[in-house]
Design a protein around this ligand. Structure first.
Ligand SMILES: [Zn+2]
Length: 310
């Protein structure tokens, strides 16, 4: 099991189909688990995917159209049922806090979950941990919508050969990493001599939106971009009218933002039949990088970091 991977729980937009559940995504990121946009049926999809309620540490909702949030009542109640002991953070458009409240209390149950609500009112940093910065940006949809981005801080990768050549081992490695220099073998060794830059990994989540600056900002330099691509180019007028992207526009975003892996999802039911490669081909016309057309229960590792250079 990769320690950073996307588990796809559902890939349908407005209406689920025989092969696609409503939206839902679980991002495993080291010891954190972020659940994005749990649509109807998410709890059962988690069971199929081997994701447990206790693995969720944060819930991020882009907006309150049903396909992005009707799974919340079930998932939140399941966390109580399973006696999830750790606190869970929830992020959602603050202007619709009342909707979140109704979903949380949609039916009667014993609520034992420690849920910290973080309504998102404007662009900015929502959380900072040693592993990532979680940021939100307002997108352009029919209702208030925020996209999310995880950015790991840049670090340095230690070079075992260089360390050994200078006789540095054990706790001294951590000391050198923290202080930047260490007396060893009668001289001062600097961190730069024994390590190379390690760029932090980035994950971006862009859901229901028209093309807008925020979508490009969220995607900037992402190792993995999960992007809605509700429509094909032939239905571009529908995309415009309903505040959605075409697969080609998702490709445009990925290309301009220098994305490494583009995950297309949130498909209209109208493409349930027909050539499966259509949306991929349209995105690929704009984006030369790797593209995955997401299917329910896919597990997609966050791409390994590009090799570091000295
Ligand atoms: Zn929507």
């Amino acid at each position: 099991m990769a320690n950073r991977e996307l588990v796809v729980l559902g890939t349908a937009s407005q209406a689920p189909t025989r092969t696609r559940n409503h939206n839902g995504y679980f991002l495993r990121w080291d010891d954190e688990g972020l659940l994005f946009d749990p649509g109807e049926g998410t709890q059962r999809q988690m069971l199929f995917a081997g994701v447990t309620a206790s693995q969720i540490t944060r819930v991020c909702v882009t907006h309150f159209h049903g396909d992005h949030c009707l799974g919340l009542p079930g998932v939140l109640q399941r966390m109580s049922l399973d006696r999830v002991a750790h606190p869970v953070a929830a992020y959602y458009p603050g202007v619709n806090a009342a909707v979140f409240g109704r979903l949380r209390q949609a039916s009667l149950y014993y609520d034992s979950l420690t849920l910290h609500e973080h309504p998102v009112d404007s662009d900015g940093v929502m959380a900072e941990t040693p592993g990532f910065l979680l940021e939100a940006r307002a997108l352009s949809h029919l209702v208030p919508t925020f996209g999310y981005r995880l950015t790991e801080p840049d670090g340095r990768r230690m070079l075992p050969g260089e360390l050994a050549a200078r006789g540095i081992a054990g706790p001294d490695v951590g000391l050198l990493r923290r202080s930047g220099r260490l007396a060893a073998g009668g001289r001062v060794v600097t961190l730069g001599e024994v390590s190379v830059p390690r760029p932090g990994q980035r994950f971006a989540f862009v859901m229901d939106t028209r093309l807008c600056d925020a979508a490009f900002e969220l995607a900037d330099g992402a190792d993995m971009l999960v992007c809605e691509s509700t429509f094909a180019a032939a239905d571009a007028a529908l995309a415009r009218d309903y505040g959605h992207l075409t697969a080609g526009q998702a490709g445009q975003i990925a290309a301009a933002a220098g994305v490494r892996l583009l995950v297309l999802t949130h498909f209209s039911q109208r493409y349930e039949t027909g050539p499966a490669h259509r949306l991929r081909d349209e995105a690929a016309a704009a984006f030369g990088g790797e593209i995955v057309v997401a299917a329910d229960l896919d597990r997609i590792p966050v791409p390994k970091r590009a090799p570091a250079v000295r």
